[in-house]
Design a binder for this molecule. Structure first.
Ligand SMILES: NC(=O)C1=CN([C@@H]2O[C@H](COP(=O)(O)OP(=O)(O)OC[C@H]3O[C@@H](n4cnc5c(N)ncnc54)[C@H](O)[C@@H]3O)[C@@H](O)[C@H]2O)C=CC1
Ligand SMILES: O=C(O)C(=O)CO
Length: 328
């Protein structure tokens, strides 16, 4: 767009000009900025993903700060434009900041913010939902029902995987990975194996204590193991959920070779970032292994899916909705 066509302005006489590339929920954030003497401009353009050119037009000649979205490419070009406009701060409305070139921001003296911690439970809950939906074949069964194919109960109809007593694998046991692990261990009495660069001490203590509680109540205790490699998790776990940051160490962490090491009936869940999985290799693996199932919230070329993925009955796909929950 040559000029932003649709802008909502709050506090027009504010001293500092802050641009938000999207409308965001609520007004608390706007009021906080107004309290700091900011004029707040919100782009209300009906276009889901703004291009670099769109955002340069929004920044204009004078802009003190921008609040942007994970769908935008905040690299050298945008930080240079923001710096030319006198900008000093950029805030990414997301936990993940793989769309932000922090080195470029540093080069132009622009401070970068993100939103760590605010989406921990909601993302873990979606990962748990995808795990259950995949384990119990909920989407396939729903489609079958709506297609009018159900003509009576059968002993073998949509047999899925029982989670109790199986092993849940977590790759990236940070805030979200640990919250997910607790849900699966406590909710379904699964044993835990995890891989992270750092020890998840609190998570380990939680599983130990829960195991002791179960034992004291005459039940089989749950166990935990910190794997020495990611491959150990892939080999041993029945359900594997990916929660690392996306960077060059985690790009295509799950590839053809690694998929081949997983159990034939394993479940793989990804609520981190799409490029953590080589999606072309995944589609091929799903074709070859009909009882292998995936639950995906994120995609390698978001918003697109790699060819073939949408036809796979053993894939559950949702449009990046892990954060989309409200307190009611
Ligand atoms: N689908 C969605 O809507 C959402 C997705 N996310 C994604 O989830 C990611 C994780 O978020 P948090 O748990 O809050 O971050 P976090 O920083 O608490 O956890 C990330 C973990 O990944 C680990 N890690 C880094 N490199 C690794 C590697 N090579 N192998 C194994 N582990 C590695 C880190 O040590 C850390 O413990 C975010 O970076 C974001 O991309 C976050 C929120 C919502
Ligand atoms: O906050 C994030 O990283 C998200 O992916 C939100 O959807």
């Amino acid at each position: 767009m040559a000029k932003p066509v649709s802008i909502e302005v709050w506090n027009p006489n504010g001293k500092y000009r802050v641009v938000s590339t999207k409308p965001m929920p609520g007004t608390r954030w706007i009021n906080l900025l107004i309290e700091q003497d900011c004029r707040v401009e919100i782009c209300t353009q009906k276009k889901t993903i703004l291009s670099v050119e769109d955002i340069i037009a929004l920044i204009g000649d004078k802009c003190d700060g921008v609040i942007g979205q994970l769908t935008e490419d905040w690299g050298e070009t945008l930080f240079a434009a923001l710096s030319r406009a006198g900008g000093k701060a950029f805030s990414n409305m997301a936990v993940g900041y793989n769309n932000v070139d922090v080195n470029a921001a540093n080069k132009y003296g622009i401070a970068v913010g993100n939103t760590p911690g605010v989406l921990t439970e909601t993302t873990a809950e979606l990962a748990a939902s995808l795990s259950l939906a995949a384990a119990r074949r909920i989407v396939e069964a729903d489609e079958f029902m709506r297609a009018g194919l159900y003509d009576g109960w059968l002993p073998n109809l949509f047999v899925g995987n029982l989670l109790k007593g199986q092993t849940v694998g977590v790759i990236g046991a940070g805030r979200i990975g640990s919250a997910y692990a607790r849900m699966m261990v406590e909710g379904f009495k699964m044993n835990l194996i995890y891989y992270d660069l750092y020890q998840a001490t609190r998570l380990e203590k939680f599983v130990t204590a829960y195991g002791q509680f179960l034992k004291a109540n005459g039940e089989q205790p749950v166990t935990w193991k910190r794997a020495s490699s990611m491959d150990e998790v892939l080999r041993e776990a029945d359900v594997i959920s990916l929660h690392p940051v996306l960077d060059k160490t985690t790009y295509h962490l799950i590839n053809k070779e690694r998929l081949a090491t997983m159990k034939k009936e394993a479940i793989l869940v990804n609520c981190s970032r799409g490029p953590v999985i080589d999606e072309v290799a995944l589609v091929e693996h799903l074709k070859q292994n009909p009882m292998f199932r995936v639950g995906l919230d994120v995609f390698e070329d978001e918003p697109y899916m790699k060819p073939g993925l949408s036809e796979m009955k053993n894939a559950i796909v949702v449009p990046h909705i892990a954060s989309a929950s409200k307190v009611i």
